[in-house]
Design a protein around this ligand. Structure first.
Ligand code: YNC
Ligand code: MG
Length: 399
């Protein structure tokens, strides 16, 4: 019943779902010379393809506005992701970004649909795969249900293929053929009263708002000795630590120095709002033993007199040496991660976040409960395009 997705090089439901191990790799092999050099035709006359120049403030603002009004909402349509200008720059102008991969459709002069990709290298178990990360698929609410999404997806596929890239990774809240991994969102209130007032956090029947607010109190000061903001001088140490830590997982990005710099290091002199918060732990010998990071993604509160947005911190990458010094000791790792994440909550609270979000991936199960995260209703499915792989438990992060 997936009219479009059944025609695409992705694993279909029903095939090879038995627990036997399959050989991993591409589903379909193609060559650049066979890829059309002209865009797909847009059946409807008023529509035309545009390549967005996101280094141009006015064009970036158009994308921001489209997403602001029409991007992802929760099931009850209470909240909608609100990507800031700086968050979009961080997400879409990452090292190696290509203008051709920022694709829009205009109707007259109005931007009414968008899809994007950035280049990235991913490791699926033992294979490092040149690939793209597709994100920000968005169609104006008035143009929904007209089969425009498949057209956007085919067009971005063509543009990615023209660069000799044949694989993609993408995520979504809906079920499509066929997730390689599925995670759940967890939320940790930092400003419980506000979350309650906007309808995000219910008050359990056996509790009272006052008790709930107290339950989610965090202390003012962090407790990990040697914890400080990450700086440019830490790039090598963080890259080395993260690379070793990520080897423990089956689906991860492979980042070079420029990507570590881009994705993790906040530039104090950069204009706009801060997007990424990264911290390291430096021990007495000057060695970096741990690091963690989170980024800021607000959600518009669609109906509220009092608040227009929720400020959410999303746990991003982290790593700790404890995983190697005590490789078989889950309890040592658990203790350390709880100390680090307890401090992350304090720092996020200090930076005025209302809630701290994390997914059920990496080693997060070791601290979610202890740090008072609760499961949300949202699931996040991970998909690979043109790559068959055995099911994966706990891998990448997304933005
Ligand atoms: C979705 N999120 O199943 P079938 S996530 C992929 N991802 O096809 P129409 C989706 N496909 O079932 P509408 C999808 N949502 O017939 C729907 N589809 O096979 C499929 N929402 O098209 C759907 N952003 O145009 C169906 O649907 C077909 O008008 C129906 O538009 C959908 O960015 C959408 O949630 C999502 O703006 C654009 O509802 C619209 O409803 C919307 O009739 C709010 O489309 C915002 C929203 C999605 C966020 C994201 C990741 C996107 C990944 C796309 C797939 C990339 C594949 C890899 C390509 C590169 C390959 C290489 C190399
Ligand atoms: Mg449509």
């Amino acid at each position: 019943s997936y009219k479009f997705w059944s025609t695409q090089p992705v694993p279909q439901f029903g095939e090879e779902e038995e627990p036997k191990l399959i050989e991993e790799g591409p589903l379909k092999i193609q060559e650049v010379k066979d890829i059309p050099t002209e865009p797909l035709s847009l059946a409807l006359e008023q529509f035309r393809w545009v390549t967005m120049d996101l280094t141009n403030d006015a064009e970036m603002e158009e994308v921001e506005k489209l997403l602001y009004g029409h991007y992802v909402e929760d099931d009850e349509a209470m909240f909608r992701f609100k990507y800031s200008n700086s968050l979009l720059k961080w997400s879409l102008l990452s090292p190696g970004w290509k203008k051709e991969w920022h694709v829009g459709i205009r109707s007259g002069n109005t931007l009414c649909a968008f899809i994007s990709a950035i280049p990235t290298e991913m490791r699926v178990r033992d294979n490092v795969v040149r690939s793209s990360e597709v994100n920000f698929l968005c169609i104006h609410k008035k143009l929904r249900g007209k089969r425009l999404a498949p057209v956007l997806i085919k067009e971005i596929t063509r543009r990615i293929n023209l660069e000799g890239t044949w694989q993609a990774i993408y995520t979504g809240g809906i079920v499509l053929p066929r997730p390689v991994s599925t995670c759940r969102y967890y939320h940790r209130a930092l400003n419980w009263t506000k979350l309650y007032e906007v309808g995000f956090s219910p008050c359990p029947p056996n509790s009272k708002p006052m008790y709930q607010a107290r339950k989610y109190n965090v202390s003012d000061t962090t407790s990990t000795r040697g914890l400080r903001e990450m700086e440019a001088k830490d790039l090598d140490a963080v890259q080395d630590l993260l690379e070793r830590y990520l080897k423990r997982f089956d689906l991860t990005p492979v980042w070079d120095k420029a990507e570590i710099d881009h994705w993790l290091l906040h530039k104090k002199d950069a204009p706009g709002e801060q997007v990424i918060w990264s911290y390291v732990v430096e021990n007495a010998d000057g060695k970096i033993t741990d690091f963690f990071s989170f980024y800021c993604l607000e959600s518009s509160v669609i109906q509220s007199q009092k608040y227009s947005a929720i400020r959410a911190a999303y746990l991003f990458y982290y790593a700790t040496d404890v995983a190697f010094s005590e490789p078989d000791d889950r309890s040592a790792l658990k203790t350390r991660l709880n100390a680090l994440m307890g401090d992350a909550l304090i720092l996020a609270k200090r930076a005025n976040f209302d809630v701290f979000n994390a997914l059920s991936l990496m080693d997060n199960s070791l601290f979610l409960e202890q740090q008072k995260f609760g499961p949300g209703d949202g699931q996040l499915h991970y998909y690979l395009f043109n790559y068959k792989a055995n099911p994966i438990h706990g891998g990448v992060n997304k933005r």
